[in-house]
Design a protein around this ligand. Structure first.
Ligand SMILES: Cc1cc2nc3c(=O)[nH]c(=O)nc-3n(C[C@H](O)[C@H](O)[C@H](O)COP(=O)(O)OP(=O)(O)OC[C@H]3O[C@@H](n4cnc5c(N)ncnc54)[C@H](O)[C@@H]3O)c2cc1C
Length: 295
């Protein structure tokens, strides 16, 4: 049976569940990684996604791991691609290989400058913005791929302001983006306002909230400083005193993520996309807590 496109899954389900993974750096970690995915796939996600070069992970592995996961678990797998360090021809080569491997879902991203480099610069003969990658995918590949894009409820950190950022988001949709997965956020108000902002300028596509439960507060603060997401005072008050107690952090993290997800779904969010960080138990617990909403 052909692999389902995300856009077709949306036609059948009002609320989707999905998990994001990053490919392990070392081959020796693959067996335990596949075991984690297998256990999470038992929760019946509608699709999974595999990051590309994020946090320094190797990029070739995204193709290998996406293909293996899709074949092994028979689940639609979204291959992330960024424009970082690639010419247009190299991006075409990756998309061609995706087709050969029957990967039909892609998240088209610009990517971030490599660590230590402040200002984003495109490659010579490469793309400056994600919308150009959406354009390549839709114009050169017809309906071979279902193409998603990244959205930023608090505005992308480099954007002039939230309205300008929303306008550029719409531009990605106008160039072939079909669904939006958001950056992590901890104040649901940011998500609901973002949805209204996009609806007001004519974006009708699904906007799936990206959820990162708190697993490790110190790491989270570093990551949020890097990606421009804010951490509400309440989280500092809860997790600050637990900083050296990872077990208690995860326990509270599960409770808070459950609360956040319930509110999102009750407010009409069309699904949940979990940044799993390849962790099993906390994600399993949260999804079990949400069973009534996700069945
Ligand atoms: C769900 C999700 C998954 C991600 N996965 C990965 C991953 O796998 N690997 C990875 O390296 N990174 C990943 N990222 C991070 C992402 O690559 C960065 O956040 C990057 O800085 C922005 O990418 P983008 O695709 O949104 O860029 P763009 O949409 O190109 O936007 C980048 C900036 O340019 C502005 N802009 C857009 N179009 C124009 C225009 N025409 N003129 C002027 N300004 C414009 C935007 O407002 C924004 O400030 C992910 C992010 C999200 C939310």
């Amino acid at each position: 049976m052909p692999v389902q496109k995300i856009i077709d899954i949306f036609g059948q389900k009002e609320v989707t569940l999905s998990f994001e993974f990053f490919p392990p750096k070392e081959n020796s970690q693959l067996t335990s990684f596949y075991q984690v995915v297998e256990d999470l796939v038992r929760l019946n996600p509608d699709f999974i996604s595999v990051t590309y070069g994020a946090g320094g992970s190797t990029r070739e592995k995204t193709m290998e791991v996406s293909t293996e996961l899709q074949n092994r678990f028979n689940i639609p797998t979204v291959h992330h691609i960024t424009c970082v360090g690639h010419s247009k021809q190299e991006l075409i080569d990756i998309l061609d290989l995706m087709k050969v491997n029957e990967i039909v879902n892609v998240l088209a991203l610009r990517g971030d400058p490599p660590r230590g480099v402040k200002k984003w610069e495109p490659e010579p003969n490469g793309f400056e913005y994600a919308y150009q990658l959406c354009d390549l995918i839709s114009k050169s590949y017809g309906d071979s791929f279902s193409c998603g894009v990244a959205g930023f409820p608090e505005g992308h950190p480099e954007a002039l302001d939230k309205d300008t950022d929303a306008k550029y988001l719409k531009n990605k949709i106008d160039h072939g983006g079909e669904f939006i997965i958001t950056q992590l956020f901890y104040d649901n108000k940011d998500y609901f306002e973002y949805v209204s902002r996009l609806r007001n300028i004519g974006v009708k596509n699904r906007i799936i909230p990206g959820i990162l439960p708190v697993f490790n507060f110190k790491n989270l603060k570093n990551f949020c400083a890097f990606c421009g997401a804010s951490i509400p005072r309440r989280l500092h008050d809860i997790f600050g005193p637990l900083e050296n107690d990872l077990e208690a952090t995860v326990e509270r993290g599960v409770e808070l993520a459950t609360e956040q997800c319930r509110e999102l779904l009750e407010g009409g969010a069309p699904g949940l996309h979990f940044y799993t960080l390849n962790k099993l138990n906390p994600i399993k617990e949260i999804v079990h807590n949400l069973e009534d909403y996700l069945l």
